[in-house]
Every structure is written in structure tokens, then in C-alpha cells.
Design a protein around this ligand. Structure first.
Ligand code: G6P
Length: 489
């Protein structure tokens, strides 16, 4: 006989993000090829065992027909994912427009894109309307899938309206919102025509999280200065209702990287790369090809280093992996051309018949090749102009147990607050400073390298993504309990 299990079933965690961790390619009317990507957020959520996780996000493809929508929904359900279908014109205005041409550059202190600022301002209202419409669609799908007791965790700048839409539907829903980018100074946020609406919408959440204390402080200041609300040590208060605001710095699934470096497959890659680059020191950059990553600035600093240190010219190589992203947004297209031009110039200036100083790739690498590159690198260069956290710096450190290479890290990345003592911190706009940090890193004595690496390695392996997600979700639970208690009193 089977003994019936009377334990209450687990509560569910509904994770809502613009992208699903699965990409879908249509193979026929009703057939789909799905590829699961194990990103930071996915592995973080694997560590949450007290909840069953469901993922809700944009399907990433245009599926106008019912047959396609139905079959994709069924295929994704097997991966515990639920698609949100957005029409092409909404995607254009919401994703390319409001998210990535307005919020993204502003939140990273890059302002309104200069060349098409007129068009940006003229299109602002239609993009903002599409943004709200898209957020409403996400809310509808959450509502269809919501069961009493579920906890809803919304992610990132794409979904700032979602907490409001969800609470309007159901004030008792437990809603958290987490921003993966910086939240800028209130002076920047004020530029936005929709500044108040955005803040009010996010404040509908029960718990709001940021990667660093500074971002949380900026958010609270924006609420006090722009909305005239009261900032308290734990959040923002509006007519007796408290929204908790706190810093929850994300980490990585460090075990996955530490273990990968031991795999025969990765060791073979390392051997291959070592043979390929011989005695040359290897410097590495791994970035999405995005303005915030400071790739042109990094290249200019490397050029200056080669200019000033002729003895290093044929002894060092910079590998720059630049993963294409948001390729429909004009600013990103311009950046690609600019980067190619600079790489061409530097290779033309300093290359020889047998080697070039920069290997630039416009594509991503598979996980094992990437770990091998991290492991055999002497100096990693993370020179973001701004970055919410930057987990490439964490991944590099996790793979360096044997080499103990140097991390050059932008002071404007959130990671500078956790890896600052082990890394060489730089201002990416100061190419002279970055160039001399490169020289310093390449000449660093081994005892200093070991000490610096040890500091970072201890941090990266103890502050994991699983711990990050666990802390946020349990605080979100507690926050709601607290709110209910207050109501009862
Ligand atoms: C950043 C954002 C994420 C986003 C990722 C990739 O890390 O914070 O929300 O998913 O970039 O960008 P994409 O536009 O390709 O989703």
C-alpha cells in the first residue's frame, strides 16, 4: 500500500524576468527546439529547495499564431517555464526602445543617446506606453499561473511596473523586485519624464533589492526627493505602508566553476590554449558588446601600454570575447563598428608577420572553453564604465585556484565593493592609469598575486548565488509576515 503523503505541498516561487532561461527556435508549425541556458539566476534558484520554482518570461520569438503559441507553451511547461507572448511592435518599443535605449543608458549614467536624442524624446511617450502594456501582459500571465501562497519575485529594469500591476490584481500577493543594474543618483533619475510613475510602481512591492548599499541609498533618496516620501533605515514609508529596501549582493555558483577546471575536457582546452599562445602572457576580457562594458576604453589603455612598454609588445596577447547583444538598437551597432576599427588599428600598429596583440571575437564561447580561458589567463581586464555587479570578475577568480592571476577591475562595477581589496581598482576613463595597472599586473611578484587572489577567492566561494537567492526569498517571506502582523495590531 502507498501511504498517502499528508505533508503540505511546497509553496511555489514564481520568478518573473524579461527573458526565460530557455531559448526557442521554431522547427515546424508545432515543433520547437529548446535550449536551456544555465545563467547566474538559474543556478542561483537551483539552491532554493523550500520552494518549487516556475519561471515566467518573454518567449524571445515572435509567435503570432495560436498553434505556435499553444505548442510552445506545452514545450516550455516541461522546463517549468511559462511564456509571455509580445507582438513585434511592442517588443520594438518596449525592449529596444524604452528598456534598452532609455532605462539602460540612464541607469548606467550614460544619459540619453546623444546622436538620436531628438528621436528618443519624441518617441518617449509611445515607448513608455508600450513598456506599461508589456508589463501588464506579464502581470496577466502571472495572474493566470498564481496560486494562493506563491511568492512572486520580479527581476530587473524591464519590469518596474510589474509590482504595481500585480498588487492591483491581488494586494495579498507577496511581491519582491530586484534590480540587476545600478540605480543611479536621484539627479540622474529625475531626468526621466516618467520618474514618479516608475518609482511609485516599484514601491508597490513588499521588498526591493539592489546589489549594493549605494544603489539602495540612491533609490531611497529618489523616493524622498522626487515623491516626497519618508526614507527610513529599512526602506520607504508611504502613509503607514512600508516597502523594505535593502542590498543583496549577488554571487555565482562557484562550485560549478571550481569543479569545471578539474574536468579532463577543460584541461585539454587549457593545454591547447597554452600551446597556441606559447610563452606570451595572456590578458582576457569577456563582455557583452555593450557601451557600459568600456571595451573601447580598455583597447585604448592596452594601446597606450604597448606604446609605453615596447619590451612587452611580442610578449603579451589580449583576448577580447565580445558577445553580440541587442543588435537591433542603433547605439549597439555603432559600438560594434567602433570596436572593430580600434582593434584593426592596434593590430596594424603593433602586429608582426607572425602575431597580433589583440584576438577579438564577436561571439560567445561554450562553458568549458570559457573556464579554460579563465584558468590560463594571467591578467583579467574588467573595465566597465558602470555595472550592476559584473560576475565575469567572480567567474575568473573561481577558475584561478592554480594560476592566481591578477584582476584589474573598474571601480564603477558593483563587484569593486566586494573584490576591491584583492583586485587592482581602476577608473576605466583614465587610460593612463589603466595602462600602468596593466604593467603593474604583468610584473606583480608572486607573493602579492597569491595574497590578492586568496582574498577574492575566499569571497567568491563563500558569497554564492544560492545564498543570495535564499536570503532574498526568505526576507521576502518575512516582510509579508511583518506587514500582516502590523495590520492585525
Ligand atoms: C543584463 C540585464 C539582464 C539581461 C542581460 C542580457 O545583465 O541586467 O536583465 O537579461 O543583460 O541582455 P538581453 O537584453 O540580451 O536580455
Amino acid at each position: 500500500h502507498v501511504i498517502p503523503d499528508h505533508r503540505p505541498s511546497k509553496h511555489r516561487l514564481l520568478v518573473v524576468a524579461n527573458r526565460l532561461p530557455v531559448s526557442a527556435v521554431r522547427k515546424g508549425d508545432a515543433s520547437w527546439q529548446l535550449e536551456v541556458s544555465v545563467g547566474g539566476l538559474v543556478s542561483a534558484l537551483l539552491g532554493i529547495t523550500e520552494f518549487e520554482t516556475r519561471w515566467i518570461g518573454w518567449a524571445g520569438v515572435n509567435v503570432p499564431d495560436e498553434i505556435g503559441q499553444k505548442s510552445l507553451t506545452e514545450a516550455l511547461a516541461k522546463k517549468r517555464c511559462v511564456p509571455v507572448f509580445l507582438e513585434d511592435n511592442i517588443v520594438h518599443l518596449y525592449y529596444n526602445g524604452y528598456c534598452n535605449n532609455i532605462l539602460w543608458p540612464l541607469f548606467h549614467y550614460l544619459g540619453i543617446p546623444q546622436e538620436d536624442w531628438l528621436a528618443t524624446i519624441c518617441n518617449f511617450q509611445s515607448q513608455f506606453d508600450a513598456y506599461k502594456k508589456a508589463n501588464q501582459k506579464f502581470a496577466d500571465v502571472v495572474k493566470e499561473n498564481y496560486q494562493e501562497g506563491d511568492v512572486v519575485w520580479c527581476h530587473d529594469y524591464h519590469l518596474m511596473f510589474l509590482p504595481k500591476c500585480l498588487k492591483e490584481k491581488n494586494p495579498n500577493m507577496k511581491v519582491g523586485w530586484f534590480l540587476h543594474t545600478p540605480f543611479p543618483s536621484s539627479e540622474i533619475h529625475r531626468i526621466m519624464p516618467s520618474r514618479s510613475e516608475l518609482l511609485t510602481a516599484v514601491l508597490a512591492a513588499d521588498l526591493i533589492g539592489f546589489h549594493t548599499y549605494d544603489y539602495a541609498r540612491h533609490f531611497v533618496s529618489a523616493c524622498t526627493r522626487i515623491l516626497g516620501l519618508e526614507g527610513t533605515p529599512v526602506g520607504v514609508e508611504d502613509q503607514g505602508r512600508l516597502t523594505r529596501v535593502a542590498a543583496f549582493p549577488i554571487g555565482i555558483d562557484s562550485d560549478r566553476f571550481v569543479r569545471a577546471v578539474q574536468l579532463p575536457r577543460v584541461k585539454n582546452h587549457i593545454k591547447e590554449f597554452e600551446e597556441r599562445f606559447g610563452s606570451r602572457k595572456v590578458m582576457l576580457g569577456v563582455d557583452r558588446l555593450d557601451m557600459i562594458k568600456g571595451i573601447p576604453q580598455k583597447l585604448l589603455a592596452f594601446e597606450k601600454f604597448l606604446e609605453e612598454n615596447p619590451n612587452w609588445r611580442d610578449k603579451v596577447v589580449l583576448l577580447q570575447i565580445a558577445v553580440p547583444t541587442r543588435t537591433d538598437v542603433p547605439e549597439y551597432q555603432k559600438l560594434t563598428c567602433q570596436v572593430h576599427e580600434i582593434v584593426g588599428r592596434i593590430n596594424g600598429r603593433f602586429g608582426t608577420l607572425t602575431s597580433v596583440p589583440i584576438h577579438h571575437l564577436d561571439r560567445s564561447l561554450d562553458f568549458h572553453a570559457l573556464c579554460a580561458l579563465y584558468a590560463m589567463t594571467d591578467v583579467a581586464l574588467v573595465t566597465s564604465l558602470r555595472d550592476g555587479m559584473n560576475l565575469v570578475s567572480y567567474e575568473f577568480v573561481a577558475c584561478q585556484a592554480s594560476k592566481k592571476g591578477v584582476l584589474i577591475l573598474s571601480e564603477f562595477a558593483g563587484a569593486a565593493q566586494s573584490l576591491g581589496a584583492g583586485a587592482l581598482l581602476v577608473n576605466p576613463w583614465n587610460v593612463t592609469e589603466v595602462a600602468s595597472s596593466i604593467a603593474y599586473a604583468l610584473n606583480m611578484p608572486s607573493d602579492e598575486r597569491e595574497k590578492r587572489h586568496h582574498h577574492n577567492y575566499m569571497h567568491v566561494t563563500t558569497h554564492t548565488s544560492q545564498e543570495w537567492a535564499g536570503t532574498f526569498v526568505s526576507e521576502l517571506n518575512d516582510t509579508v509576515v511583518e506587514a500582516q502582523l502590523r495590520t492585525k495590531q
